[in-house]
Design a protein around this ligand. Structure first.
Ligand SMILES: Cc1cc2nc3c(=O)[nH]c(=O)nc-3n(C[C@H](O)[C@H](O)[C@H](O)COP(=O)(O)O)c2cc1C
Length: 487
């Protein structure tokens, strides 16, 4: 039940609800798990369950530590993590409920409610059940996953990298980590990340290395915070998690440094990030394409602590699961809403991070294109988007059938489009020739007014007529829903 204190509490609840399947043994040397994640999402989409493989074969060795994946697979599961009580399968309803719940944790000044973490004794911290130092601290003892034959090697794909800086404050961020040896991993801070700024700050002070602890397998809200740019530079993600949880996150001091880490994590990996960089990758990235090799910092691992029989949480970027970053989307909405009072909804579909869909309460001509320019021009969101689809407020942006129907019926490519030849973009974009540059488009699929070149009168769509003139029809169906299915 909300708030979950650990990954295991959350998984237990999913299993009770039939939303997690257990699999006795999987062969990742044959990429069985990766194929399963694709097939689960192909066949079941947002109804795809999480899975837990009890044993996994990797590099001809069978590991006893479970691997868990496909965890945040629908708006219902996100809503459940944030404490929404009535969960159902209607993605639009669950999206609205999760967004409303997340927004309720923000005050009038747009500050996220926060509760400081509490520090617990080592004896009360499951992440310290086993402590491996020196040669014993060997990543080869655990089933880290190589997702794809094109990946450079196995990856710690779902680690929360914890840093502290005397000038900047605290940071927790999700950055991919390539396993390069028993005690060496690469850690990829893109130049837009807070982690990168922390590294640059230490470099400027002339430091030779930075202390780091990485938590793998933590409670779902802290995990979402780690993967989401809600906290400003230096703000503590664990305090914001506490606010969302309505209960402090329990932390414990690391073994080899002063960083406080989630006490209920599956693993804590402690070490030093050296200032030297080395080649890293390639990796199957979040847009669903194999990225280029990059230069990244590396961590020299000193100590690994873990629970008994620890669970490896693995992520397959680019397959389903943009649900993980829903709090980010809410943060983007609340920031944009300040300068766009007519903004009603903002959504990035799970299928791709490059497209954003916005619904506006349009009152004046030109507001559709204006909205698209504002969204794409705002670095905080526009940096990863090359297409903004602007819709009227009657469309549910999570219902892609409705979205495409609206585009197909309300959009006139000329004049209701705006193409920007080139603008700043994240370097992952597979279709762009130059790193950091992409062309962009606004598709204004709001009903066009006459002055915008639209028809003299706009026909009503059938559904709206039904909703307005046969008000009770949908209520009747909602009430009788279970009865139709003989329940
Ligand atoms: C699964 C996953 C993997 C990610 N990998 C990286 C990565 O390798 N490098 C990076 O800079 N950001 C990555 N991100 C995005 C960051 O986690 C996100 O921007 C987060 O806000 C970073 O924390 P920060 O804002 O404190 O830098 C990833 C996000 C997810 C959900």
């Amino acid at each position: 039940m909300y708030p979950y204190d650990s990954l295991r509490d959350y998984a237990e609840d999913l299993e009770k609800q039939g939303k997690l399947i257990r699999i006795n043994k999987m062969d990742q040397d044959k990429y069985e798990m990766s194929a399963l994640v694709y097939k689960l999402n192909d066949r079941l989409d947002y109804k795809a369950p999480a899975f837990l493989a009890e044993k996994t074969k990797i590099n001809d060795k069978v590991y006893d530590s479970p691997v868990i994946g496909n965890l945040l697979n629908s708006f219902g599961t996100v809503a459940q993590c944030f404490g929404v009580e009535k969960i159902n399968d209607n993605q639009g309803e669950m999206y609205d409920a999760a967004v409303a719940r997340i927004m309720s944790f923000q005050d009038k000044e747009m500050k996220w409610q926060s509760i400081e973490p509490v520090i617990v004794e080592k004896s009360a911290a499951p992440c310290k059940e086993v402590i491996l130092n020196g040669e014993d601290a060997d990543l080869g003892k655990f089933p880290w996953i190589k997702n794809n034959p094109a990946d450079g090697s196995q990856y710690i794909s779902a680690g929360s990298v914890i840093l502290e800086d005397v000038d900047l404050g605290k940071n927790v961020g999700t950055y991919r980590m390539q396993v390069k040896g028993p005690r060496k991993v690469g850690v990829y801070f893109t130049n837009q990340s807070h982690g990168y700024k922390f590294m640059m700050q230490a470099l400027e002070r002339g430091e030779e290395s930075v202390k780091v602890s990485v938590a793998v397998g933590i409670d779902p809200i802290s995990w979402m915070m780690s993967s989401t740019r809600l906290a400003d530079l230096g703000e503590d993600e664990f305090s914001i998690s506490g606010g969302f949880r309505g209960k402090a996150v329990e932390l414990v001091k690391s073994e080899t440094n002063d960083l406080n880490v989630p006490a209920h994590a599956e693993f804590i990996i402690e070490g030093d990030i050296s200032m030297e960089t080395a080649e890293e990758g390639p990796y199957g990235e979040m847009l669903g394409y194999v990225g280029k090799k990059v230069w990244t910092f590396e961590i020299d691992i000193k100590t690994i602590t873990h629970r008994e029989k620890p669970w490896v949480y693995n992520l397959w970027p680019g397959i389903g699961g943009a649900y993980l970053t829903l709090p980010w989307e809410v943060g983007q909405f609340t920031k944009l809403k300040q300068i766009m009072p007519n903004l009603v909804k903002l959504h990035t579909p799970p299928a791709t991070a490059s497209v954003v869909i916005a619904c506006i309460d349009k009152k004046l001509p030109g507001e559709g294109i204006e909205a698209g320019m504002m969204i794409l021009g705002y670095r905080f969101i526009g940096f990863s988007k090359k297409m903004a689809i602007i819709l009227d407020k009657d469309i549910d942006p999570t219902d892609l059938n409705r979205v495409i129907q609206a585009v197909g019926t309300r959009w006139q490519p000329d004049p209701a489009s705006l193409v920007v030849k080139q603008s700043f973009h994240i370097p992952l974009e597979p279709s762009s020739k130059e790193m950091f540059l992409s062309s962009k488009i606004v598709i204004d699929a709001t009903r066009q007014m006459e002055s915008e070149g639209g028809p003299e009168t706009y026909p009503y769509d059938n559904r709206t007529v039904l909703e307005e003139r046969a008000e009770e029809a949908f209520d009747i169906v909602n009430k009788r829903w279970d009865e139709y299915f003989g329940k």
